[in-house]
Design a protein around this ligand. Structure first.
Ligand SMILES: NC(=O)c1ccc[n+]([C@@H]2O[C@H](COP(=O)([O-])OP(=O)(O)OC[C@H]3O[C@@H](n4cnc5c(N)ncnc54)[C@H](O)[C@@H]3O)[C@@H](O)[C@H]2O)c1
Length: 341
């Protein structure tokens, strides 16, 4: 790929930092725009220190809500394309504070697109979500599944997808929307990993409950019509997700089209299966208790990933156990622990 520099918005967050590592490993230069609202400064410091090949990411601290800070990034560099991950992503918070989601995710993206337009940048890879589909009408979910998001978070992602279509038609900005299912795992070299506050994602929640004195982990609903009664989700390793962004950049460079792709493994795991994987990797029995179902939790969310495989040439390679192993190692390291708890 004949590219010079890629802007990664939200590059100090969980998935963004792995995209930056993947870009650097792939020989790209990367500049990160991040406001550190949920991104981690320690990860930023790691990304900004040269690796063995001498590559490093440049950090431009600023917000998508401040058009001038976006313009400054484009003005001083030769940026070819944007990977846009910055945004707010807590589903429950989006219900209690929808304004934050429409402002940060939707208005922030419009600011970014306007700045791209003004600086003649015509390619963007956008972090969308399986949340755009809403309650599944069938699984595995393909890209033609109806789009009926059930919360402001999912609606904000769908709005951005629609806005990208309009910017494509009107101004020729081409986009790839990547609809991630459940991101999991961490960098095998320990340079980054997941750390949301509050942490609502299953694998880090289980690991934290174990490392916090095995305080007990809640399984919300064990009476679903699934193979063991607990919810099924499609856990896709963050390293595999990161690789898909490079393939999406190549797709945009080689094709005159925009498109959207599911990113999942196409094989779901139940909560009990994830718990069992965590017990195998940690060698500990993890305390778990069954609680009531949570409203709005579908029984199963599984991606049909054939389109990403066929068109992008993407192949998820890491297993659930790989994700649990790296996530556990990351959390241990974050706590300054080196041996078993
Ligand atoms: N984690 C998942 O499983 C998952 C699934 C589907 C979609 N996504 C989407 O992927 C993206 C990344 O998710 P994540 O889990 O890495 O989240 P994250 O919170 O770890 O990362 C988001 C990053 O964006 C930055 N940011 C937020 N608002 C900003 C703003 N206005 N200006 C500049 N920077 C800003 C944050 O500081 C953070 O570094 C999000 O858009 C999310 O909606 C995540």
């Amino acid at each position: 790929m004949a590219m010079s520099e890629i802007l990664v918005t939200g590059g100090c967050g969980y998935i963004g930092s792995h995209c930056v590592l993947c870009l650097l490993d792939g020989g790209f230069d990367a500049v990160i725009l991040d406001d550190f609202s949920t991104g981690r400064r320690s990860v930023g410091e790691t990304l900004a220190s040269a690796d063995s090949k001498g590559r490093l990411a440049e950090i431009a601290e600023g917000s998508l809500l401040d058009p001038e800070s976006i313009d400054r990034v484009f003005e001083n560099r030769r940026i070819d394309a944007v990977i846009h991950l910055a945004g707010s992503s807590q589903v429950a918070e989006s219900v209690s504070d929808p304004g934050k989601y429409y402002r940060n995710n939707v208005a922030g993206t419009v600011n970014l697109l306007e700045s791209m337009r003004n600086h003649g940048i015509g390619r963007i890879v956008f972090s969308s979500s399986a949340a755009v589909y809403g309650e599944p009408k069938y699984v595995p979910i393909d890209e033609n599944h109806p789009l009926e998001p059930m919360n402001p978070y999912g609606k904000s992602k769908l709005m951005v997808e629609r806005i990208l279509e309009d910017y494509g038609r009107a101004y020729g900005i081409r986009s790839v929307c990547l609809r991630y299912f459940n991101a999991a795992g961490a960098d095998p070299e320990g340079r980054s990993g997941e750390c949301h506050e509050p942490e609502t994602h299953l694998i880090p929640s289980i690991i934290r409950s174990l490392l916090d004195g095995n305080r007990g982990f809640s399984i919300f609903g064990a009476d679903y019509g699934t193979r063991d009664g607990t919810c099924v989700r499609d856990y896709v390793d963050v390293g595999d997700l990161a690789e898909a962004h490079l393939l999406a950049l190549r797709y945009l460079e080689e094709n005159g089209k925009s498109d959207r792709f599911n990113l999942g493994t196409s094989s779901g795991s139940t909560v009990r299966e994830v718990l069992a994987a965590c017990e195998r990797i940690t060698g500990k029995k993890i305390r778990a208790e069954i609680r009531d179902r949570r409203p709005g939790d579908p029984a199963a969310l599984i991606a049909d990933n054939r389109k990403a495989k066929e068109i992008l040439g993407w192949e998820p390679k890491r297993t659930l156990e790989d994700s649990v192993r790296t996530a556990y190692a990351w959390e241990m390291r974050r706590r300054g622990l080196t041996s078993s708890p």
